[in-house]
Design a binder for this molecule. Structure first.
Ligand code: DAH
Length: 349
């Protein structure tokens, strides 16, 4: 009986030598250790043996089982690590392969136009200064020569936090904040968001953006205002554009001036786009009112200044022929994609 066991062991030892993969090893395991395997097959023979022999046989059968399983486990471990190594080698990533191209973002048309305007003024020596969007009534109105109950406030109704704090209706309060902090000459522009209690329609939005400009110096005159704004208009809309200055009214400037550019649709001849006037209004400006200078600590006898304010959306709409201001804010990719690198605007984010 014992010889049978030895024979099986030898057979197993012979067979395991040629095994070099996990699949064959599993088959070998079933063949020797399975329910109907070679070792199990010997179990029934035990009943025909004497008690002594039974013990002996049982022991050698168990030992063989253990030995066979250990050899199988050891080899399995070896084969597994070999297969892992092979897989790692096979699956090595080729980092020199070109990757899939992810689509690049691009700046929003309003950001593009804001940056363009900033660049024009920075190249003329202006600093860019920002101010708060939640502003005091004092800075948004009072110190700009619009005391409480001034009729011109009607055109700039806004969202109030309380009687003294509001969402700014214009970037002009940055003029006041800058003058209060400065002495002597100033040359700044201030871009940012502004708010008004307007019903949204193609040309109005309760939230929009402006850029404010302020120049203060001892010999600043209307001629500087004209030269600066003419240069700006030609840089942003093209050198062939005609610029027109018109008297107007703003409480914080005296005299006040509105600036128009010749209509680029009809080249000044008159069409429905420019209401047959040949011109389109682009910004408000003027010489800083002596009261405004005084309220911010400047002596109007010594210092003069000019200021201007323009809507970024308005410039973008004119520049790119956009007819509905709401298109800027609704994040509709069909609209925005026109301004990707293949379209009119080229900056990446
Ligand atoms: N703040 C004015 C507005 O929102 C625009 C403006 C006009 C600004 C004249 C100025 C200015 O600084 O001098 O309508």
């Amino acid at each position: 009986m014992k010889e049978k066991v030895v024979e099986i062991k030898q057979m197993f030892n012979e067979e395991i030598k040629s095994i070099d993969n996990i699949k064959d090893l599993n088959e070998l395991r079933v063949k020797y250790l399975g329910k109907k395997g070679e070792i199990q097959k010997l179990s029934p023979l035990i009943k025909d043996l004497s008690n002594d022999e039974k013990k002996d046989f049982g022991k050698s059968l168990n030992e063989t089982k253990k030995e066979v399983s250990k050899k199988i486990e050891d080899l399995l471990e070896k084969l597994e690590s070999k297969e892992l190594e092979k897989r790692l080698l096979d699956e090595k990533i080729d980092t020199s392969l070109p990757s899939t191209k992810l689509p690049l973002g691009f700046v929003h048309p309003l950001t593009k136009v804001r940056r363009e305007i900033e660049e024009i003024f920075v190249s003329m020596g202006y600093d860019v200064v920002e101010g708060p969007e939640v502003e005091f009534d004092l800075y948004n109105f009072e110190k700009l020569n619009l005391p409480k109950n001034h009729p011109a406030r009607d055109a700039q109704d806004t969202f109030y936090v309380n009687d003294e704090v509001l969402l700014r209706t214009q970037t002009s309060p940055v003029q006041v904040r800058t003058m209060e902090k400065s002495e002597g000459e100033i040359r700044i522009i201030s871009p940012g968001k502004t708010y008004r209690r307007d019903d949204d329609d193609p040309t109005h939005s309760h939230q929009f953006m402006q850029i404010e400009g302020l120049v203060i110096g001892k010999n600043i005159s209307l001629a500087h205002l004209k030269g600066t704004l003419e240069e700006f208009a030609k840089k942003i809309f093209g050198k062939d554009v005609k610029v027109r200055f018109r008297p107007s009214y703003f409480p914080f400037t005296e005299p006040s001036i509105e600036v128009d550019i010749s209509c680029f649709k009809c080249k000044g001849k008159g069409c429905s786009f420019c209401s047959n006037t040949g011109f389109i209004e682009i910004l408000g400006s003027g010489m800083v009112h002596p009261n405004v200078l005084k309220m911010s600590g400047y002596d109007p006898e010594v210092y003069k200044g000019f200021a201007f304010g323009l809507g970024i959306e308005r410039v973008a709409m004119l520049k790119y022929g956009i007819s509905d201001i709401r298109d800027f804010y609704t994040n509709d990719l069909r609209f925005l994609n026109q301004f990707n690198r293949k379209g009119g605007l080229e900056d990446e984010a």
